[in-house]
Design a protein. Structure first.
Lengths: 114, 112
């Protein structure tokens, strides 16, 4: 069965410093993995997705994630945090059946200090 | 810039009233999902459709919730009668093929 674990419920960084949001997955097959971002009172926006074409995936707003099969990880990074990055981030895996249902992590709230 | 749209964005109603939420998927997308988000439960899948046919509604309370797709451009989620515990944000998402779902802005429902 597929699952995702987001290792931190909250991450706090200073503006201009690097961001690391951690995600580990469990899947019997080569998974499709995503990061979504949700700003306060907004819907979920797709940041990036991994579908086995390349292990380093670049997304919007300067974010990227690296798929590491040996570590079953898909951590999200950004070199320099901006105040507008403050939001909740969800790591997501797709169920490997014909349903294409998404399995969401519990979310990581990113706080950016001025 | 194709987007999923949802109406209304906010709804306040009294217990026992009927609530209807609407979703317009991205044109050409053939799969529509309904989710509910609360602080306690996070994101829950309520139901989903493919090519307008309901494939799974096991996440919905059957006695009060119903979901339909009258046509390819409209999905509806109804609650009748509504209860305070239904207060949540309801999201619609659509996709064309496997896995990439695009979410709407949500309907924030408050049942008094």
């Amino acid at each position: 069965a597929q699952s995702v674990t987001q290792l931190d419920s909250h991450v706090s960084v200073s503006e201009g410093t690097p961001v690391l949001l951690r995600c580990n997955y469990s899947s019997s097959y080569s998974p499709s993995l995503f990061w979504y971002v949700q700003h306060p009172n907004k819907g979920l926006q797709l940041l990036l997705k991994y579908t086995s074409a390349a292990t380093l995936v670049k997304g919007i707003n300067g974010f990227e994630a690296e798929f590491k099969k040996s570590e079953t990880s898909f951590h999200l990074t950004k070199p320099s945090a901006h105040m507008s990055d403050a939001a909740e981030y969800f790591c997501v895996v797709t169920m490997m059946d014909s349903s294409y249902k998404l399995i969401f992590g519990s979310g990581t709230r990113l706080l950016v200090r001025p | 810039d194709a987007r999923v749209t949802q109406t209304p964005r906010h709804k306040v109603t009294e217990m026992g009233q009927e609530v209807t939420m609407r979703c317009q998927p991205i044109l050409g997308h053939n799969t529509v999902f309904w989710y509910r988000q609360t602080m306690m439960q996070g994101l829950e899948l309520l139901a989903y459709f493919r090519n307008r046919a309901p494939l799974d509604d096991s996440g919905m309370p059957k006695d009060r919730f119903s979901a339909e797709m009258p046509d390819a451009t409209l999905a509806t989620l109804k609650i009748q009668p509504s209860e305070p515990r239904d207060s949540a944000v309801y999201f619609c998402a659509s996709s064309l093929r496997a896995d990439t779902q695009y979410f709407g802005p949500g309907t924030r429902l408050t049942v008094l």
